[in-house]
Design a binder for this molecule. Structure first.
Ligand SMILES: Nc1ncnc2c1ncn2[C@@H]1O[C@H](COP(=O)(O)OP(=O)(O)O)[C@@H](O)[C@H]1O
Ligand SMILES: [Mg+2]
Length: 247
């Protein structure tokens, strides 16, 4: 079982949109896929029309394998299941801080499903917390959307520094440019500069700023399911294909 996290310490960069489309692509490729929504806002569950699971408290998430598995829901798509988030997930950090092996609890919790899925995608909340450290230690690949702006570059560099300071391998980082607006000179310049500075971490696939992606809130389905031949659909497919090659 491979664990792929979609993570950024910044909000609103396209993590959830990416997780939802990658999860769909993994499932469509015939892999048994679980999308695990770790963000208390529950947006990826919403996109798949799945209600929050009120019964899954943070304690049960980390300590009760049976309850964890029982909270998994099927989706409208073959090979794709969802573990929806709920507001209790706000307290992950407080809970984790009182646990032994506080940084490897997520890896342990996910062992409950290791025989059931080929891949688990994690949709992460935007912060560097104990939960994110759990994500960094559990994930085989950490996919990071970077909007080509100065602030996003800073956040990305802070994350690389964090990895170096905490002895985490940056080989597992797979970043890509998100919400790219071709007409913006700054976007073009940032893409060139960042790709030059971090050739190993930055992928070639780019996700454009696209109305189809914004419309996922209305269609409540991945772009890859509704408009696979749109520029956004093709871009997500290219991101998936490149990621598969790398991991
Ligand atoms: N490539 C894109 N083009 C246009 N809108 C996007 C794109 N990616 C995400 N969005 C929109 O931006 C908002 C934030 O995206 P989301 O995926 O929820 O980010 P995050 O999970 O990082 O907070 C959402 O309303 C989403 O529909
Ligand atoms: Mg999100």
């Amino acid at each position: 079982m491979q664990i792929v996290a979609c993570y950024s310490n910044k909000g609103g960069v396209g993590k959830t949109a990416t997780t939802v489309n990658l999860a769909y692509a993994f499932a469509a490729s015939g892999r048994n896929t679980l999308l695990c929504d770790l963000d208390p806002q529950g947006a990826s569950g919403f996109y798949f029309r799945i209600k929050p699971s009120q019964k899954l408290t943070e304690a049960r998430f980390f300590e009760d394998a049976e309850r964890f598995v029982k909270s998994i829901r099927g989706s409208d798509y073959d090979n794709l299941d969802i573990l929806p988030a709920n507001m209790n997930f706000r307290d992950f950090d407080i809970f984790l801080s009182h646990m032994k092996d506080t940084r490897s609890r997520l890896k342990k919790a996910l062992k409950a499903v290791k025989n059931d899925y080929d891949v688990v995608l994690l949709d992460c909340p935007p912060n560097i917390s104990i939960l994110s450290e759990n994500v960094f230690r559990a994930a085989d690949a950490i996919v990071i959307p970077v909007i080509p702006t100065t602030l996003s570059q800073r956040t990305f560099e802070q994350l690389l520094e964090f990895f170096q300071q905490h002895d985490l391998s940056t080989k597992r980082i797979h970043a890509f440019f998100s919400m790219v607006q071709g007409a913006k000179t700054l976007h073009g310049e940032m893409i060139v500069e960042l790709t030059r500075n971090y050739p190993k971490q930055i992928m070639a696939a780019k996700i454009p700023f696209a109305s189809e992606i914004e419309r996922m809130g209305i269609t409540r389905a991945p772009v890859l399911a509704t408009t696979p031949n749109s520029p956004a659909g093709k871009a997500y497919q290219a991101l998936f294909d490149e990621l598969i090659e790398r991991i």
